[in-house]
Write a protein that binds this ligand. Structure first.
Ligand SMILES: Cc1cc2nc3c(=O)[nH]c(=O)nc-3n(C[C@H](O)[C@H](O)[C@H](O)COP(=O)(O)O)c2cc1C
Length: 207
């Protein structure tokens, strides 16, 4: 694969338009694209080059729906941990949470869901798989495919592992639904640099 031919948009354009895409079309993602997205993921930096990752792509429709049930349960379990017990507790003005709630009902409709796993327990292995997900999303973006990072909850972990034959010693770090966006890629809203970066001493604003 020639990466610059395969991923033809500039890195800058990819980074600056990589917003979370939660609503996707039903169109399947070609196998070659999925392969190349995963190939980009495995280029990522990782501790000691141990590459303690495993990417499990869920494509089978029945499995996606089975996973979707567990994902919804996990999403609401995370909300319950924050004292949110139903849609009535969610501020409709909170667009991110509203959109994430919708995803909790619809994740199974994404043509592919990638379970990003660390092959060992512990923060070290988990930290090593995180950069791979950014590569994955940037590569997908370059192919016109959107997605978002999502997490599960301990309450469903064992059942998800059983459903997909994930070994006990592995941990599921993220679930990343992928598909062709129903909306558009676009700029993200982030805090200004002056608020989040310093020079030489914390608080010496970078200006
Ligand atoms: C560690 C992490 C966990 C996330 N978990 C979820 C999630 O469970 N569900 C979801 O819909 N989005 C999730 N997101 C996506 C964020 O909500 C999203 O990146 C953030 O709101 C910024 O959105 P934007 O990139 O569209 O500007 C997660 C992102 C990260 C980095």
């Amino acid at each position: 694969m020639n990466p610059s031919e395969r991923f033809p948009i500039s890195l800058g354009d990819a980074m600056y338009s990589l917003r979370a895409i939660r609503r996707v079309k039903l169109d399947p993602i070609p196998d070659a694209d999925l392969r190349d997205i995963l190939d980009a993921a495995r280029q990522a930096p990782n501790g000691g080059n141990a590459q303690p990752w495993h990417f499990l792509v869920i494509q089978d429709e029945q499995l996606r729906w089975q996973f979707g049930e567990l994902y919804r349960e996990a999403w609401w379990a995370k909300r319950a941990d924050q004292g949110i017990h139903g849609p009535g507790d969610i501020d409709p003005a909170n667009k991110t949470t509203m959109s994430a709630m919708k995803l909790s009902d619809e994740i199974a409709a994404a043509p592919a869901i990638i379970l990003v796993c660390a092959i060992a327990q512990g923060a070290g292995a988990m930290g090593s798989v995180i950069p791979s997900v950014q590569n994955m999303l940037l590569a997908a973006r370059a192919l016109g495919i959107g997605g978002t990072i999502t997490t599960l909850h301990a309450v469903v972990d064992e059942r998800v592992k059983e459903l997909f034959g994930i070994p006990e010693e592995a941990q599921i770090v993220y679930a990343v639904p992928l598909g062709y966006p129903q909306g558009n890629f676009g700029p993200v809203q982030r805090k200004p640099l002056a608020e989040i970066a310093s020079v030489d001493r914390w608080g010496n604003s970078i200006g």
